[in-house]
Design a protein around this ligand. Structure first.
Ligand SMILES: *[C@@H]1O[C@H](CO)[C@@H](O)[C@H](O)[C@H]1NC(C)=O
Ligand SMILES: *[C@@H]1O[C@H](CO)[C@@H](O)[C@H](O)[C@H]1NC(C)=O
Ligand SMILES: *[C@@H]1O[C@H](CO)[C@@H](O)[C@H](O)[C@H]1NC(C)=O
Ligand SMILES: *[C@@H]1O[C@H](CO)[C@@H](O)[C@H](O)[C@H]1NC(C)=O
Ligand SMILES: *[C@@H]1O[C@H](CO)[C@@H](O)[C@H](O)[C@H]1NC(C)=O
Ligand SMILES: *[C@@H]1O[C@H](CO)[C@@H](O)[C@H](O)[C@H]1NC(C)=O
Length: 571
């Protein structure tokens, strides 16, 4: 068994030991250029390196696409991950920041140019190394390809530590995911009987998992979750989810459409109702970094007035929600928006929001929350890079939110993107998960595949659907439940089976005397009942987490009749 396991581990290592497909990827070769060339600009060697001694210095760029490039031979229809470190030496028109993109250019069968984005890193400030790149699934028929780095014209930059790797295609991904689930989502429970009643007795142990450690949740409507006309909606939510997030009611634009008139009641009534049912809250969102969703009165602010409004918003909302939120999205979709950076002229304003939020309420983990991280290739590397820069600057970033409004699904690409995010060493939450597919059966199988991948990934700590009912959902081809009775469709039944059965532990076992009972259970909250001939002798609760759990049931009396349980030691 052990030998087999080692063999298997080596095999997996081999799969993962990806080869860098680029030549002179670290710019250390003696002839320097290697296979690199400068597209329409100038390249020299620099001694300012991210890693090693040298990097490439690109200058004289008069077009966005002028930059460093290398030809690559791609295998048709394969998946590739590409990354590089870039330092801007100046910005266009002295802007405080700009974006940098890793591109792929190929010819298709008819010789036409195809341009694809590996990924874009936003908010890149001059003088700092940042990481760019991403994951792409290439189509058949691509040839004559090169990768290149693109950014605003008339800016010089350095490039170092580049890599391009084949993302492994794992035809057996699901059984590998199931192995990871067994390893990461479960822990050992050991139960033994002690005391002088042990010799002659046997008792039934009933273990029921009441909550999961992994967060399964959904967005809800703040109005419907407290309105008696929606009792069926509420019941389905409470029966099938353990985490909640308000779709809109906590957003600044909804709470304070006009300055100073703040509606705290609407979100708070909903949050209190959910918490009274034991629901844990993601709080979404203190700010939303998009012009379209920013109130006109905020967009008119600048300088100190803007900073003061931001401060007032943070103090107001945290003083009302303090202690109620497990997680907060601080400045939603910052990589796609940039409203507050533009208004303030400060590329680091979101860092200040994080610091102020943390000072006001220490409990919640503070999240960066983005789309197009796993749903499309664009932001996985940028999201990780932002988190790394925040950590380095001592900003209290607590997690990476990944929205997950899914259309096209490639499990291998999504896994590679999650692996990139995991390098930040922070918990990942899939915060707005929906599978868009008109056919409920095919939606069901995609929901199962994606939840299996998420649940198997050690860095992913939870998944919240972005709505579950066709009467209250943003994406119309995504519901799990439909109709006035809020009944599950195929996708809903598939989800329920995972949530209630497959990924939850409920067992009954008869322990005889000195036997030690061992079972692996899914991590979470448990109730254990000690029974004899159907009578409950004792009920206890415990939490099963990483270290596992040992329970000692102390049996009194050797009466030959019903033993009594004086206590259950949960150790
Ligand atoms: C690059 O541009 C600078 C001025 O911006 C010029 O002096 C230099 O000759 C140019 N170098 C090349 C190789 O084009
Ligand atoms: C790509 O493949 C061709 C044909 O095998 C070879 O001549 C060329 O050197 C390869 N290019 C790279 C960048 O590996
Ligand atoms: C019952 O078990 C206790 C220890 O738990 C032991 O001291 C005792 O001798 C046992 N009695 C019988 C009848 O086996
Ligand atoms: C509750 O919902 C019903 C049905 O949509 C609606 O008519 C009613 O006004 C709502 N009640 C409140 C207090 O919003
Ligand atoms: C933003 O923060 C980073 C990290 O603390 C710092 O190096 C940089 O100079 C700051 N930028 C500005 C414009 O203040
Ligand atoms: C607890 O687990 C037992 C054994 O699997 C099962 O029969 C019972 O229905 C469960 N009880 C609850 C409340 O889930």
């Amino acid at each position: 068994m052990i030998a087999w396991f080692l063999l298997f581990a080596c095999f997996v290592d081999e799969l993962n030991a990806a080869t860098n497909l680029l030549y002179n990827a670290d710019f250390e070769s003696s002839n320097f250029n290697g296979n690199w060339y400068a597209l329409g600009c100038h390249m020299t060697q620099s001694n300012d390196a991210y890693h090693g001694h040298h990097s490439a210095h690109l200058s004289n760029r008069s077009q966005e696409w002028n930059g460093i490039a290398q030809n690559v031979n791609l295998t048709a229809g394969s998946r590739y991950k590409t990354t590089a470190y870039v330092k801007l030496l100046n910005t266009a028109n002295n802007k405080a920041y700009q974006s940098v993109t890793m591109m792929l250019n190929c010819k298709d069968g008819s010789g036409k140019d195809i341009y694809k984005y590996f990924g874009t890193t936003q908010n890149v400030q001059p003088g700092q190394w940042c990481e760019i790149g991403g994951v792409l699934h290439t189509s058949n028929g691509y040839h004559s390809c090169h990768i290149y780095v693109q950014t605003d014209a008339h800016t010089d930059y350095l490039v170092d530590s580049a890599s391009m790797e084949l993302v492994p295609y794992d035809s057996d991904w699901k059984s590998h995911a199931d192995q990871r689930i067994e390893q990461h989502r479960k822990a050992d429970i050991n139960i033994k009987l002690t005391g002088n009643g042990v010799n002659t007795s046997s008792v039934d142990i009933e273990l029921n998992q009441t909550k999961m450690e992994f967060a399964f949740g959904s967005a809800v409507s703040a109005d419907k979750i407290v309105n008696h006309s929606y009792a069926a909606y509420q019941k389905v939510f409470y029966d099938n989810f353990e985490w909640g997030v308000l779709e809109n009611a906590l957003k600044w634009g909804q709470m304070e459409r006009s300055k100073g008139h703040i509606n705290y009641d609407r979100p708070l009534n909903a949050i209190k109702a959910m918490r009274s049912h034991g629901i844990k809250m993601r709080c979404h969102c203190a700010f939303w970094d998009k012009d379209y969703f920013t109130q006109d009165w905020v967009k008119a602010l600048h300088g100190d007035a803007l900073r003061s409004a931001i401060h007032t918003r943070i103090q107001g909302v945290t003083s009302h929600t303090k202690g109620m939120c497990e997680q907060w999205d601080v400045n939603n979709e910052m990589l796609h928006g940039g409203t507050f950076e533009k208004l303030s002229g400060d590329p680091n304003i979101t860092m200040d929001m994080f610091r102020q939020m943390h000072a006001a309420d220490r409990h919640p983990l503070l999240f960066l929350n983005e789309y197009k991280v796993i749903s499309y290739s664009e932001c996985a590397v940028a999201h990780k890079d932002t988190a790394m820069r925040y950590k380095k600057a001592g900003v209290p970033v607590g997690g990476l939110g990944v929205q997950g409004h899914m259309h096209n699904i490639d499990i291998h690409v999504i896994k590679a993107q999650l692996d990139i995010l995991a390098e930040a060493g922070l918990p990942i939450m899939i915060t707005e998960f929906n599978v868009n597919d008109k056919d409920e059966n095919s939606r069901a199988s995609k929901v199962v595949n994606l939840l299996t991948l998420f649940f198997s990934h050690p860095s992913v700590k939870g998944v919240l659907f972005w709505g579950f009912w066709d009467g209250q959902i943003w994406e119309k081809d995504a519901p799990l439940f439909t109709g006035t009775n809020v009944t599950p469709n195929a996708a809903g039944r598939a989800y329920q089976n995972l949530f209630h059965n497959q990924w939850r532990t409920s067992v009954t076992h008869t322990i005889h005397g000195h036997e030690q009972y061992h079972v692996r259970g899914f991590k979470g909250e448990y109730t254990v009942k000690v029974k004899h001939n159907g009578h409950i002798l004792k009920t206890e609760t415990f939490t099963l987490s990483d270290g596992g759990k040992t329970l000692q049931v102390h049996l009194n009396g050797n009466t030959g009749g019903t033993p009594s349980v004086s206590h259950v030691i949960v150790g």
